[in-house]
Design a protein around this ligand. Sequence first.
Ligand code: P6P
Length: 336
Amino acid sequence: MGNRNKTLGEFIIEHQAAFQYSSGELSKLINAIRLAAKVVNHEVNKAGLVDIIGKAGDTNIQGEDQQKLDVLANDKFIQTLKNREIVCGIASEEEDDFISINSNDEQHQNKYVVLIDPLDGSSNIDVNVSVGTIFSVYRRITPVGTPVTLEDFLQPGRDQVAAGYIVYGTSTMLVYTTGDGVNGFTLNPAIGTFYLSHPNMQFPETGKIYSVNEGNYVHFLQGVKDYIKYCQQEEGDRPYTSRYIGSLVSDFHRNMIKGGIYMYPKSSQTESGKLRLLYECNPMAFIAEQANGLATGGRTRILDIQPTELHQRVPFFCGSQKMMEKLHEFLDKYRE
Ligand code: P6P
């Protein structure tokens, strides 16, 4: 069967054998994420009907509380991962503290922890702009069979065993890596099946798109300002095109396919940037590097940062190698 018609389920089975720790748990984990993605997709795609089906805080005809979509997405992913006793801990953008899941089945002491941003860019939902789910998977480092600790979640991004995102856009795609390249699967909503539509995704070595919230320009460090001006100059293959959706997953996904650079710098307004290291920057950085791209905090490789807090923020620059190298030239000029 050609690559193009392969389903996500078939792909997982094929690659489980190749995955060095093929205990099957990681495959079950990806399958659980696949299921939750379909459920969330169904809810996100009817968001526009909220006035008909009720707003958050309302109760629907079953007397169930109508949930904000990001809360609903959070519940669905946590519930799906918990129910299958696949992971021993979950951290989420929506939860102040991590969730410990103690398996009472001696044989299947789970060894993975998952960190998620269940619905990134959820402020875009009310204006019908695409949003995404981001997930990151590690092997626990504390002894199997004991409750997880914060240490299990504060691992550097280079130790991830899997990372991916779902983009709920004009079509719904699941894009993920287990350290052996990046593959994209498109959902056929008519039958609820993800098909391999983008095998072996790679950032073009360079590109002509830069993504940054230019409304913050005056607050950026000089090196970032100079790079933005460089993108806008009439010279060589420039000016580049500015494209900024305000949804990390969508901006990243477009840039990975077309070539480009995404920037969320620190500024005088946000000393550490805005994006979260553990469940936004690390998973996207793992995917970027697996797709021949680069991801840094300006000078430090994102995947080498030793996390200190669950919800810590970092500056984030990510994209095509040549564009990232040019950015670093400007930042190095000011030692920023
Ligand atoms: P700003 C969404 O809130 C998000 O976390 C990312 O998805 C997005 O790229 C960024 O923040 C947008 O932030 O400050 O430009 O609106």
